[in-house]
Design a protein around this ligand. Structure first.
Ligand code: ADP
Length: 259
């Protein structure tokens, strides 16, 4: 009896296996390249504030810059930017390791949105941008989640809408109940919008469509990456569309609270 412990595969099956194997290798290589790129980007982002801090301190020690409040303040500002960036990278690391802790409680979407809105209205006013809020009919939509993490998502999306909408524009925030098992909030703006070809890429770490414009306004390309991970960790998703206001429309779908 010449039978082997393993079934001998037919040629077709072998070809299929080898194709699957090759696809896996390609996928792994892609992941590896993406990871290396993230590390290179992180190093680049860290280098900028460090260079500024070093330059200012050296300038003050050499007597080229005066040792005054203003120069010390700009050093402090860069240190704060640096620690914020480190905090963000740490958060992404926790997410990757599956260690992002969510402390869940029932969340009223309407009050989540209003709290964030109150914070951003003065910022929008500075750019003469009007923000309107449209609650859904009846009781507020509720989900079960981590209030502070979801606040981070709302803050990121509203802050982006303000950042990328030109002076005098409009933003609309809406609370919706699109289905029995779903709650939704959306943020529409009258800015430049996001081209269909970019709608997946903007969720990648450090990805920015217009690098110069975005970094001039303090953008690092991490806000949407973190936001989408937080929403995913809640069993939801963020989608991007075109807004009737002329710009981008961000929709956040979350499971409805089941009680
Ligand atoms: P950033 O800190 O650069 O804003 P994000 O991850 O929040 O990073 O966003 C990634 C990129 O997506 C931005 O650099 C910008 O090009 C684009 N983007 C995000 N929100 C909007 C918006 N509301 N309108 C147009 N472009 C946007």
């Amino acid at each position: 009896n010449l039978s082997t412990p393993m079934d001998i595969k037919g040629n077709d099956e072998l070809a299929e296996l080898s194709q699957a194997f090759n696809e896996m290798i390609t996928e792994l290589k892609k992941l590896d390249t993406a990871k290396k790129q993230v590390i290179a980007d992180a190093a680049h982002e860290l280098r900028t504030p460090v260079t500024l801090i070093q330059g200012t301190i050296e300038g003050m020690l050499d007597g080229i810059l005066s040792f005054d409040q203003e120069n010390l303040k700009s050093v402090l500002e860069e240190v704060l930017r640096l620690s914020l960036l480190i905090e963000t990278l740490r958060e992404l690391e926790l997410i990757d390791a599956g260690e992002l802790k969510l402390s869940k409680e029932p969340i009223d979407i309407r009050s989540l949105l209003s709290k964030s809105l109150a914070l951003f209205v003065p910022v929008a006013n500075e750019k003469e941008i009007t923000i309107s809020f449209k609650p859904c009919l009846g009781n507020p939509a509720t989900t079960y989640g981590d209030f502070f993490r979801l606040r981070e998502v709302v803050d990121n999306l509203i802050s982006n809408a303000i950042k990328y909408t030109p002076t005098g524009g409009h933003i609309q925030i809406q609370e919706e109940k699109p289905a029995k098992n779903l709650v939704r909030f959306s943020i529409d703006d009258s800015g430049p919008g996001i081209d269909i070809s970019e709608r997946e890429r903007v969720f990648e770490r450090f990805y920015r469509i217009d690098k110069s414009r975005s970094s001039a306004s303090g953008g690092r390309g991490l806000g949407l990456a973190i936001s989408s991970e937080i929403v995913k960790a809640h069993g939801g998703k963020i989608t991007i569309g075109s807004s009737d206001l002329g710009g981008a429309r961000f929709c956040v779908d979350l499971p409805v609270r089941n009680t």
